[in-house]
Unconditional design. Sequence first.
Lengths: 278, 217
Amino acid sequence: MEPVSVAVICVVVFGTVIALSAFIRQIMLSRNKDMNDKAQLRALSAESDELAKIRAEIEKYKRFDAHYQVLGNNKEAIEYLDNKVDSLLKKKQSLIERYAEITIKESKSIIDEGANADRKLIVDKLRSELDSELAFYDKELELLQKRRGSLWDSHGELQTYLLEQEKTRNEHLDNLYIHHSALLEKIYIRHTDNSEHIAVEDIQSSDYLFKVLAAPFQYLMQLFSLSSNINLDKWFEEQRKRTNVDNAQTDTNTQPAPTPAPDPVPAPSPLNAFMPTD
Amino acid sequence: MQPSQWEIIVLKPTSVFQSFLASQLPGVDVPDLRQLQTDNTAYVIRKQASDEATLDEIERHFSKMFRHEISRWLGDAARNEIEGSFLDFLCCFKFELHTHIVMMESAMEIGEQLVRIKPRAVLLKWMREVVEEDSELSTLLSKVNVNQLAENSTVIIKNFTQLDEIKPFVQQYYRPLFEAEMSRMSNSPDDWPLVESFQDFIRYFSIDIHTQLIHLH
């Protein structure tokens, strides 16, 4: 190895510590945790702003009504069904917005107080109830649209336009729901210290541990979109590289095995305990 | 010693990032967290005047860091919408900050790798023994774990061409490295444990290798 020209050219210290006692007194104040938490609260607050923006955009939303001028005999019945569709989407929207607020509030409390498995199970139950309720709304929406379709007697292109608009609006709400469900799962996993022990094979288990640790992991896996242009070779190359680094670390960090003592084995002297072996 | 102009950010992947990777290549074994948390990328930023300004700097650069972390596993051309979300970034990685830096290259700008010195539980045990007659410090230390002791531990900016150069390097320079790391805890060598050989050093400390030091300044 080339000799290092300057052994230690400078030790750069932030906040010089005078004595060991002073170091011990400040050790509990984790700057890393504080900074990570602050950054997350910042990002969450941006999520709240985004939610408010989405709500304002929805408020400005203008329902399509050009077809009322041109439809024939069933105009009133169609208008009635349009209103039913609109009120159903509004109900769905209000439900999802309330849920989004709960997930943001819950995420903040996880950052402030740490992850709590029992509270998480309550929110999971709420989500499962919402899942059924939203599925019911979607079914109702489909039925109303079918009924309206059967009454629509002219200008079919306007119906297509209206259906497309309602579909976009509904997808927008579904995405908002998924986004906030994922947000809470991510914050929860991030703050579950022992989540570091999850192995993918554990995901198959079905006990309490599964519910509070592996289930969020598995749930999240379904929500990430797939990256474009993945290079599979890079994946295996990275694994090889990290294995090599791990081996080099282990080699450096492992105490050399003591030289085998000649037979018969003499009693070890405590004085030799800290002596170099080479 | 001089005030640090730099701050090092090490990104430690969490289970959220593991779950992201698992979703990208279904059917391929996802690395376990131990492997994900080996050889984590270190990033250099300029030392800021306040923690708020440091957070601003992290927020300013998160997207570049996120893309780099994804590219290490999925390739340089891989793109995913996740890299635009600051919250996703913060859930996928814990960032660890280091301001206690030993320069063993002539300038930070030419640093490409770093080695981190990590106190082991043996050092914490030694510290507990040293303060056992002081009930206040003893009580404080009884609540401390080794990760807290390792926070902001010394990082050494030193370039290597081969991994097998690192062990001889640490064996040769264990003494100044030990002094640098202990000076973080106390300026008085009387407060330090007795370290007279590399074997002594490696009882109290381990080293982490970071083969990638990315400059964001």
